[in-house]
Design a protein around this ligand. Sequence first.
Ligand code: PEP
Length: 249
Amino acid sequence: MRKKIVAGNWKMNTLLKDGMELAKAVEKLEKEKRSDALVIIAPPYTHLSRVNDLIDSVKLSAQNCASEESGAYTGEVSPDMLVSAGVEYVIIGHSERRSYYGEDNELLNKKTKLALSKGLKPIFCCGEVLEEREGGALFDVIREQLNVGLADLTKEDISRVVIAYEPVWAIGTGVVATPDQAQEMHKFIRDLLVDLFDKKVAENMTILYGGSCKPSNASELFANPDVDGGLIGGAALKAEDFLAIVNSY
Ligand code: PEP
């Protein structure tokens, strides 16, 4: 049985005090959840260590990490630093990192391999922009992102990776993929994993959907056989909404 996960990406939101309150509220509601999904939160870097002291069942993720181990990289945060702050997961390749900061598939592969070598579990994001979907290139785009982004990973490595399919046109737009669109792409990704690794890897892979997922649409998305949970942006900033999504299972 593959793991179900609902992960909240807080992005550049909340000051430390509010973030700590939110983490506490998520931890409290998680204890009462009616679902077996693992709950993960990804606060900003500045909050990680403090938030780690407030959570137990809820797991901690960073939103990004450096591609280098240590040294003269002003402003960067290394995987080792994240581990030392109690972080277990790291989001890699979010579309905002790809588009605003020019992170390409090769760089994301480097980050993924470094994060894995330091014991972190990557939540590796992929997704097409609207023109790519409308132009019919969507499957080629996802294939390329995963071919290159997950290159050189061993089967042991990939067993510690979570994939998040996030169509860029659905992120923060209020436009959600239909359940059929989500299922179609998740199935494509799972089939691709058979080619890249093997059937067992594909069957065990947790593939999350992300993009305007909220309490009102989560259950129909999660009802799909290849959708194993969600990566949640806006709706993760309210503990009640976030846990309502978790309880959609
Ligand atoms: C995200 O940024 O990963 C995301 C899915 O955002 P939203 O839920 O706000 O669309």
